[in-house]
Design a protein around this ligand. Sequence first.
Ligand code: GLU
Length: 476
Amino acid sequence: MGRVNEPSFRESVDLMFNRAVALMDLPPGLEEKIRVCNSTYTVRFGVRLRGQIQTFTGYRSVHSEHMEPVKGGIRYALSVNQDEVEALAALMTYKCALVEAPFGGSKGGLRIDPRQYDEHELELITRRFAYELAKRDLIHPSQNVPAPDMGTGEREMAWIADQYARMNTTDINAKACVTGKPLNAGGISGRVEATGRGVQYALREFFRDPRDIEKAGLTGTLDGKRIIVQGLGNVGYHAAKFLSEEDGARIVGIIEHDGALYNADGLDVEAVRGWIVKHGGVTGFPDATHSIDGAACLEEKCDILIPAAMEGVIHMGNAKRIKAPLIIEAANGPVTAGADEILRKKGTVIIPDMYANAGGVTVSYFEWVKNLSHIRFGRMQRRQEEARHQLVVDELEKLSKAAAIPYTLSPEFKQKYLRGADELELVRSGLDDTMRISYQSMRDIWHDRADVEDLRTAAYLASITKVAASYRAKGL
Ligand code: GLU
């Protein structure tokens, strides 16, 4: 972002918000109240590392407290700045409202290149940052619940949870102070891949309606669709993996920090991921053409483009040249407001970030509920469910024997039907349901209202309506 003549990330989000509220009938005061970011806390703290004190700058921004706790990840990157966390916090407000996760919006960031530090140093830095936030209730099970984002993952969340627990020794709900924790530290099955899974479920729902497929100028199903993914981090990797392994899509391009891989016959996502882990980048990967200019690959021909890395990668400078008829924003803010306008005029369909990547916060919501209820999902019901299914199977077999019907239930059917759902299956079912229902709420607005041109505006309309209703219920 920060390109000449383009608004900043936060301004870009505000412009998109403004386009939507222009179509609504909100009192102007409420419109302003929803748009603005409530507060941003900046902290500078020192950590003694390698014999000297190093100073770090971090932020936690709270966009809207119409529901509490507020929710949103913590990002570790050198590019972190106040404008960015405020934009991301605003997107969290709209995202949570759209998918009905009962949270306000927040986001945090630490200006750091995590690759420059070893694990022990990162732990010291993370604990100190968590301490600074927790002592101001900016990490708190009922006030503000962080999660992973770019540059952070399960490991950092476990440190944050432990730091909070040390500072709040009698808080029985301490684990609910952060989500995205490892399973053994109070996490939930399926959280790591949740955002990528959500992207897959979103595309499946898109392809269920012939009108939507037609709007993008596509035909058929996900099977055989050519996909280019930018960023093979947690989100991009899981989305690409599931779409290629389970839906028959072909990942023809993968863009990383050191260039792009292209193979018209499809890339082996697992093999590329393994190569990146081993060599630090995609350079040298066999079975593909490598080009140093990664961004140029965004402009290659394909059916679906999945930007899953950073904000602002599709901007006014390259939007005209993007050929994909369908873009799904797995990252937050990958398309600038200016680029959005260019693409809209071209007829490109964009499945917007606040919906497309909401799988992460949706499963975070399930994890938070799990922590507050102190019990794993499915623990009470699973065997009871199995016993009831067994009753049906036994009865059917008895009946067919008595009636001398030469038919028996197949062992595959029995195995599938008899198994009660475990936590992972329940999480997937809850995520699938959330992604379907929230897509449908956008789709209805998109198709029914003549003044709504695109899914992004539809998403803003659906979510702002909900935020406004909460404020009104509070008497504002
Ligand atoms: N950082 C993720 C996001 O941008 C997840 C947030 C969460 O789980 O709270 O949506």
